[in-house]
Design a protein around this ligand. Structure first.
Ligand code: GCO
Ligand code: MG
Length: 459
């Protein structure tokens, strides 16, 4: 038992009596005695100022990871947070180093919401992915520091645990429905109860000419015409939609009913194609279908809800809690798919999570490879603390990533566990991170997808 904490608790109890007496007017107003007791009881928490805010960008594998480090006036006390927006990594690094640092130096590190609101509104034009990601890294780092000062894991500051650990889903893939089903079985053997199934990427070779056919035969017309850029990919929406029905059918036949199956349409097909596809999947009981439409086509959700009751997850492209008001009050979504660094960190994510509880919408935070381990930890601390948790996407961190991010969450039997120490529980080894600098030129063809005639497809 930490003696300092016991003393603090005793002192705080004294304050309770003191303020009760004060509140009853026995000690006069303002209740200076109680206030003094508070100062005494929290003497271990001297006023703390932000002294430096910086970006740490590292690319241990193919993905640019961005972290904000907030240093304080207490030597050795700092916090870290995730600001990973891999498609515009350099822009986020600049926003952190050139704006956040100037905006935050000298501020009281304890006042997270005031700092969040001040920084969010200081750019006037707001609610964009670059500045929100920078703000998220700051916000998460401030929660990390507050947990360290309170000597508690962040989930305690959010209300404590609603569950013993965080149920996660794994990503199964393959070049044929049979391979996908085998991959699902492999994850079930590892203890996962939920598995997302995809037949490779959305422009994957096996989907070009139709899996099983001659997959190399397809050279899209736009490439023959020399249209677009060399690394642009082609996607055939009809072959893709058929593949989704086939992987659900084959997986259900081979893995049974117990496993929960998810799929991410990822806005890649026309809204009507997505609605028709989801209707065909009903008999296979998807746990959820993700991102059936791009945010620009949110109006189609009304029609989708009239045609099918398959649960829907949406929102990794949303930038602000305000985008959730109508879809929640109109019961358009079943799961909140927020990329937490995209909307500005733990503080706004908690606001959406609490709103979700009121409308019975559960969380399913975005947790792919382009979220850093400290971002995954932020996901998990919220997951532990909110009642309306749904499911958590997870990635398998490599040894190299774990070397850079000691204390990264770990998975056991399909459940994610956080490092049970004060704060978010993850650190960053800057020396090792510096061994893997992010690339100067950021080519990410993953979002460069076209139709046969060369029309760009929204990713
Ligand atoms: C998911 C996401 C990812 C994103 C990727 C974007 O559900 O995990 O859709 O696959 O597409 O994070 O960079
Ligand atoms: Mg997605």
């Amino acid at each position: 038992m930490n003696v300092k904490n016991v003393n603090r608790r005793v002192a705080l109890r004294g304050i309770g009596l003191g303020s009760l007496a004060g509140g009853m007017g026995l000690m006069g107003f303002p209740d200076k005695a109680a206030a003094n007791n508070y100062q005494k009881a929290t003497k271990a928490l001297p006023p703390l100022k932000i002294t430096n805010v910086k970006a740490i960008a590292t690319q241990p594998h193919g993905i640019e990871l961005i972290v904000v480090k907030v240093e304080t006036s207490e030597p050795g006390l700092y916090g870290i947070g995730c600001a990973t927006f891999r498609q515009r990594a350099h822009a986020v690094v600049t926003a952190i180093d050139k704006s956040l640092n100037d905006l935050c130096k000298g501020r009281d590190v304890d006042n997270i919401e005031d700092i969040w609101q001040s920084v969010y509104q200081s750019s006037y034009w707001r609610n964009g992915p670059v500045l929100n990601n920078a703000l998220s890294g700051l916000d998460q780092a401030l929660w990390d520091i507050k947990g360290k000062r309170a000597n508690m894991p962040v989930y305690q500051l959010l209300g404590g645990k609603c569950r013993f650990a965080v149920d996660c889903y794994a990503h199964a893939s393959g070049t044929s429905p049979e391979e996908v089903a085998d991959s699902v079985q492999g994850y079930m053997d590892q203890g996962f109860r939920h598995v997302r199934i995809q037949m490779g990427g959305y422009g994957a070779t096996q989907l070009l000419g139709g899996y099983g056919d001659d997959q190399t035969a397809v050279t899209p017309d736009f490439k023959k015409a020399g249209f677009g850029m060399p690394d642009d990919n082609y996607m055939d929406a009809v072959v893709y939609a058929k593949s989704v029905v086939d992987i659900f059918k084959t997986t259900r036949e081979r893995c049974g009913e117990k496993v929960e199956l998810l799929h991410d349409i990822h806005e890649r097909v026309q809204p009507m194609e997505a609605i028709n596809l989801i209707k065909k999947l009903e008999e296979y009981r998807p746990f959820f279908i993700e991102d059936p439409f791009s945010p620009e086509n949110n109006r189609y959700f009304k029609l989708l809800r009239q045609h099918t009751t398959v649960p829907i997850a949406m929102g990794e492209l949303f930038n602000s809690p305000h985008e959730w008001i109508d879809p929640m009050k109109d019961q358009m979504f079943d799961f909140i798919r927020i990329h937490i660094s995209q909307i500005g960190g733990i503080s706004p994510a908690m606001k959406v999570a609490r709103l979700g509880e009121i409308f019975n919408v559960r969380t399913a935070w975005h947790g792919p490879g382009d979220v850093s381990p400290v971002g995954h930890a932020a996901n998990a601390h919220i997951d532990l603390a909110v009642w309306n948790f749904g499911i958590q996407e997870r990635v398998n961190f490599s040894d190299r990533v774990r070397e850079i991010f000691p204390g990264a969450p770990y998975i056991e039997n399909g459940y994610m566990h956080v490092n049970e120490v004060p704060g978010l529980g993850v650190d960053i080894d800057e020396k090792i991170a510096a061994k893997y600098p992010i690339q100067e030129v950021q080519l990410n063809s993953w979002t460069h997808l076209r139709k046969m005639d060369g029309t760009v497809i929204r990713p």
